[in-house]
Design a protein around this ligand. Structure first.
Ligand SMILES: [Zn+2]
Length: 215
């Protein structure tokens, strides 16, 4: 409030400049947010994500000891602006708020924002992290498809030997194979998974052929 020894004009001026300053900061953050997006930010900090084409996806939250992805990234359909929320930390915000949480000073957050905006402007194609993420998504899709096809084959085979004495043993074996594949997928070893599925498909063929010769 008005303190002794200062003129009312001085006070008005101070208040006016404070408001101006606050306005310009809000305006500055707004302009940063309009040029930032969460995929660019996640790539910058090396946080894995695979939902770049979706308007809602989850990633491991960097603000608490997260083991299952609990930080939601949401894109507003109208404005196209990204925001985030973690229900474990009870925190949320826009892109710039994420940078503020990742850094210790305002200056550092601004520097990160500028670097991220530059990498977005240069196009993701030039970004090796983006290339890696893209390649991973392709490999994941391929591995998922090939596991699905193996599953269908195994099901047909198990159905065809339902009455045979080794049916139960075969079921156990198939269960083990799929458990191993699930572990590989969870470890994001998609190429290794694809190779393993091919090997198991060949094994299946050998078993079926041998079984047919026996029967
Ligand atoms: Zn969190």
């Amino acid at each position: 409030m008005f303190t002794t020894g200062s003129t009312w004009k001085g006070c008005i001026n101070r208040v006016y400049y404070q408001v101006q300053d606050k306005r310009s900061i809000i305006e500055f953050i707004r302009s940063m947010n309009s040029r930032l997006n969460m995929s660019g930010i996640l790539m910058y900090y090396g946080i894995d994500f695979d939902g770049e084409d979706m308007d809602r996806y989850k990633v491991l939250c960097p603000f608490h000891n997260d083991h299952t992805p609990s930080l939601h990234v949401i894109t507003d359909n109208e404005s196209g602006q990204d925001s985030w929320v973690c229900y474990v930390c009870n925190e949320n915000g826009d892109c710039f708020r994420f940078l503020q949480r990742m850094t210790t000073t305002h200056q550092e957050a601004v520097e990160h924002a500028q670097e991220i905006i530059a990498s977005i402007g240069a196009g993701y194609a030039a970004n090796p992290a983006y290339q890696k993420a893209l390649e991973q998504r392709k490999q994941k899709k391929k591995a998922e498809e090939i596991i699905y096809r193996l599953g269908v084959k195994y099901r047909e085979w198990l159905d065809s030997i339902k009455d045979k004495p080794f049916h139960k043993q075969a079921c156990k074996k198939v269960e083990t194979i799929f458990y191993d594949l699930t572990l590989l997928m969870e470890a994001k070893q998609y190429e290794e998974t694809t190779a393993r599925v091919r090997e198991k498909a060949r094994l299946l063929q050998v078993i079926i052929t041998g079984n047919k010769q026996d029967g």
